[in-house]
Write a protein that binds this ligand. Structure first.
Ligand code: DHB
Ligand code: FE
Length: 277
């Protein structure tokens, strides 16, 4: 039997990877962000997930503006990291879970999602920074990356991303194999890296989103993509990855950890760990 043991949403600002490399997590600038993780790691050590399904957005490593799938699911045996320009140390390849990947792909396709399937896929900071945060040492999990286009407009709607997550939840529930699955939503919270509003942060909107992701994410589907850009910033639309993450959870939800801290680099950061059952 396969089951989803819970979910973690976390920011993926590349500078976090730099802080890990320099071992400065306890310095005053970094502590307010990193302090949320020991509890999350203890929970994961007990919950022992086998596979991580990670909703994230590629930032120009595997996909670029010339070819941008709306939804792409990895079905590789291994995912290599590379430096897409931030100068971060390249992380070891991550093991894939092709069998569960193909079951996810078949379920999502049956549910009406027209996917790009990737039997080769490189993963950027949006995948490896969350993995480093959750497992600072050995990574005892396999990875199924699900890339959502939050970069090249038109983007998928919040409602569509929530439905995508729900379909992933159905895929795990109908899987014939044995697997304990953790779902991760990577990115956010509010941030805008360029243009006239560079540095834009919206605490009120972020805090509303964090609460809605606990209580019921449906309210977030009221926002159009244009409204999300307005409220969260051009890159804050990465909240779509968190909405998909939450869609995969059903039944009773408990909060393991919740943290909000402004800023890291140009970004309002959030961490939200949710357990099922
Ligand atoms: C930053 C945030 C991101 O989400 C990202 O992908 C790259 C950079 C930043 O705030 O520096
Ligand atoms: Fe990003």
């Amino acid at each position: 039997m396969a089951e989803i043991i819970g979910a973690v949403g976390t920011s993926h600002v590349p500078a976090i990877g730099g802080a890990i490399a320099r071992r400065v997590e306890d310095e005053p600038y970094w502590r307010p962000f990193f302090k949320a993780f020991p509890k999350v790691r203890r929970w994961l050590a007990e919950a022992r997930p086998d596979t991580v399904v990670m909703f994230y957005n590629d930032h120009g490593l595997n996909f670029f503006l010339d070819k941008m799938p709306t939804f792409a699911v990895g079905a590789a045996g291994e995912y290599r990291n590379a430096d897409e320009g931030w100068g971060l140390p390249v992380q070891h390849p991550l093991h894939g879970d092709p069998e569960l990947s193909w079951h996810v792909i078949e379920t999502l396709t049956a549910d009406g999602f027209d996917l790009t399937t990737c039997q080769e896929m490189q993963v950027d900071h949006a995948v490896v920074v969350p993995m480093q945060l959750l497992w600072p040492g050995e990574r005892p999990v396999r990875l199924i990356p699900v890339a959502i286009n939050t970069v090249q407009h038109p983007l998928p709607s919040a409602a569509r991303c929530l439905a995508l997550g729900r379909s992933v939840g159905r895929a795990v529930a109908t899987y014939g194999g044995d697997s304990r699955v953790l779902v991760v939503g990577s990115g956010g919270l509010s941030h805008q890296l360029d243009g006239a509003r560079a540095g834009f942060i919206n605490r009120v909107f972020d805090e509303m989103c964090l609460q809605a992701l606990v209580d019921g994410p449906e309210v977030l589907t009221r926002y159009s993509t244009a409204e999300l850009v307005e409220l969260a910033g051009t890159q804050g639309v990465e909240i779509l990855n968190w909405i998909a993450m939450r869609g995969a959870l059903s039944g009773r939800i408990g909060v393991v950890a919740k943290n909000y801290h402004i800023p890291i680099s140009n970004t309002a950061t959030g961490v939200l760990a949710l357990e099922t059952g």
